[in-house]
Design a protein around this ligand. Structure first.
Ligand code: NAD
Length: 353
């Protein structure tokens, strides 16, 4: 199979590319602009593999995207390229609209043009998988979970831009019969995640002995999904998902941010003991909350399991341990990406009063 992946030099995209090339034996063309969040070092594991090709390109360059599609002739597109950090969307929303909404429009237009020329089984089985987030559903109270039928109520500029892109992907199916599928995943973690996100930020700060910031009370709840479970879910959606449908992908591991950070600290204390200084949890520092911070996300994956047979397998403590060990054994990658972001607080520039 030939698969076209946008955003493949980022965290989830690179995990998907590695899995497609190494485990599924697919030919992959990775298209990525290489913003601060994308890096060729993240793709090192497949860079020498003859099944993999890389093209540095902005998804907004519709004609060039179409040229790549025509040259490569894929059987499916996974669209992951996006601006992804909520805090950055608070201080600078414009690029989120440009990349996530206009960029998705560009991808849909280029891919529709390519798909319209396909014939026979290749056209019938072609899929455009739009990778999105549970954050489009907004925030939950203490009870209940998001289902595929939950209303859209995005609260951050990031979530609003992803919601906009979802609506485009859906409309292209309804209006043009274009075979798009939407996925909503919960918070991912695992190797190669850029250290602006909570878990790698916490790991790297804990290892350095720096204060570990926890926003507000730390009582916000997330449903943590290991990136490899996510990637396996995406593969199942490609194989068995139906155009026009939405699939929710969650880890089934609800945890408050404070509890999560404490778990990471305890695991690091075991994996990398430091004598005489005390537990890393002492480094936890409560800082002003994120403006508009969603209280709780939780995903009901019953429908995805019923339709695709997919369910997350990774236990949270095992996944965290594996992730910490990965960061401990990849100091060069960590140093390289920290040259682009040193861990300073983001997202307060335009905080609501
Ligand atoms: N990280 C999560 O927890 C999570 C959860 C659910 C869904 N998602 C979605 O999954 C996708 C990937 O997320 P991630 O965490 O891997 O993101 P990431 O920030 O690690 O990577 C994004 C990638 O997109 C590339 N990119 C950005 N703008 C581009 C452009 N204009 N043209 C081409 N490439 C561009 C970047 O260079 C980078 O490689 C996103 O669409 C995100 O909304 C993420």
């Amino acid at each position: 199979m030939k698969i076209f992946v946008t955003g493949g030099a980022g965290f989830i995209g690179s995990a998907l590319v590695r899995s497609l090339v190494r485990d599924k034996n697919c030919h992959v063309l990775t298209l990525d602009k290489l913003t601060y969040a994308g890096d060729l070092k993240t793709l090192e594991g497949v860079s020498a593999n003859s099944l993999h090709r890389f093209e540095r390109l902005d998804i907004l360059q519709t004609k060039d995207v179409l040229r790549c599609l025509l040259e490569f002739s894929p059987d499916a597109v996974f669209h992951l390229a996006a601006e992804t950090h909520v805090d950055r969307s608070i201080s600078g929303p414009a690029v989120f609209l440009e990349t996530n909404v206009t960029g998705t429009l560009s991808m849909l237009e280029a891919t529709k043009c390519y798909w319209e020329e396909l014939k026979g089984p290749k056209r019938a089985t072609f899929r455009f998988i739009h990778v999105s987030t549970d954050e489009v559903y907004g925030s939950l109270g203490p009870k209940g979970k998001f289902t595929e039928l939950s209303p859209y109520r995005p609260n951050s500029p990031y979530a609003a831009s992803k919601a906009g892109s979802d609506h485009l992907a859906r409309a292209w199916h309804v209006t043009y019969g274009f075979p798009s599928i939407i996925t909503h995943a919960s918070n991912n973690y695992g190797p190669y995640q850029f250290p602006e996100k909570l878990i790698p930020l916490c790991i790297l700060k804990a290892l350095k002995g720096d204060p570990i910031p926890v926003y507000g009370t730390g009582k916000n709840i997330r449903d943590w999904l290991h990136v490899e479970d996510h990637v396996e879910g995406l593969w199942n959606i490609l194989k068995r998902g139906k155009p026009g449908e939405t699939y929710n992908i969650g880890g089934g591991t609800e945890c408050t941010n404070l509890e999560l950070v404490k778990r990471v600290c305890s695991l690091i204390d075991i994996l990398q003991p430091r004598n005489g200084i005390g537990p890393r949890s002492k480094l936890i520092t409560h800082v002003p909350d994120r403006p508009g911070h969603d209280l709780r996300y939780a995903i009901d994956t019953k429908a995805t399991f019923r339709k695709l047979g997919w369910k997350a397998k990774m236990n949270l403590d095992e996944g965290l341990k594996e992730t910490i060990l990965w960061y401990l054994s990849h100091p060069e990658w960590c140093q390289h990406v920290q040259e682009k972001y040193a861990g300073e607080r983001l997202g307060l520039a335009r905080a609501a009063k």
